[in-house]
Design a protein around this ligand. Structure first.
Ligand code: ADE
Length: 252
């Protein structure tokens, strides 16, 4: 999978992505990250890519020309010339990013991510090239670089082979709409706190049941919105679980 990141700060983006799992994925060729410096397309001797806003107001705006030319340079390089590329603009005005969007984006061969700076980007070039406006949350950052890195990270780990063990992308928070259950490793006792005995029992069915229950409890407590959605969409699975619990209670 090929990421093309349009930015004024390519070193910032690569600095983060060249480490750890994404770094290894780049090295092994499972993903590529091609940064395009918008300033290279400034087209003036001062390398300026921003200007005052028409109509007045504070701050500078990125001009449309350099952004458009940077995009054209990506079109010339993309791996499949016939396929239309998704162009994601990182903006606090976008749709909030979530796992379902990461799954969607992971199906693409090429993904373009546009990072804004200053007060944003001239609307005309956004109208011309952007297919998806994406936000990483209801707060405002100084630029789109950190959000872009987050998208690359979340999408890359879904590319087959990027995670060491393919299973780890399966049993985890959001996979089935619930948060992940608590996990433990050695030592068995830490500061007088014990690992839940069921996890040491070797009884796989009981362990699975305990984990499911913990996921439900945790999701209800921390993300009531996700919990309500899960119950509404997984009535049967939840009812089965309740039946099993009632049976256990009667036995006791
Ligand atoms: N750029 C600045 N703030 C942002 C946010 N919250 N999400 C995406 N891009 C941004």
């Amino acid at each position: 999978m090929n990421f093309h990141i349009m930015t004024l700060f390519p070193d910032m983006v690569m600095g983060g992505l060249k480490e750890s799992i994404t770094g290894r994925a780049i090295e092994t060729g499972l993903i590529s990250v091609n940064t395009v410096n918008i300033r290279d397309f400034a087209g003036n001797k001062y390398n300026h890519v921003d200007d005052y806003t028409y109509g007045g107001g504070a701050g500078m705006l990125m001009q449309p020309g350099p952004v458009y030319d940077a995009y054209q340079s990506i079109l010339e390089k993309k791996s499949n010339p016939d396929k239309k590329m998704r162009v994601i603009y990182m903006t606090p005005q976008g749709t909030p990013f979530n796992q379902a969007m990461a799954n969607e984006f992971a199906k693409e061969e090429d993904l373009v991510i546009l990072c804004g700076h200053y007060e944003g980007i001239d609307e005309r070039v956004l109208e011309l090239i952007v297919t998806d406006n994406v936000s990483i949350g209801d707060f405002v950052l100084t630029g789109g670089e950190l959000p872009a890195m987050m998208i690359v990270d979340a999408v890359s780990r879904l590319v087959p082979g990027v995670l060491g063990c393919d299973e780890s992308a399966v049993y985890e928070s959001f996979y089935d709409g619930l948060l992940e259950y608590p996990q433990y490793t050695r030592p068995e006792t830490f500061m007088d706190m014990q690992v839940p005995p069921v996890l040491l029992s070797g009884h796989h069915k009981n362990i699975a049941e305990w984990r499911y229950e913990q996921s439900l409890i945790r999701t209800k407590e921390r993300r009531p919105d996700l919990y309500e959605k899960y119950i509404a969409e997984n009535k049967e699975e939840y009812q089965q679980y309740q039946k099993r619990q009632n049976k256990l209670k009667k036995k006791r």
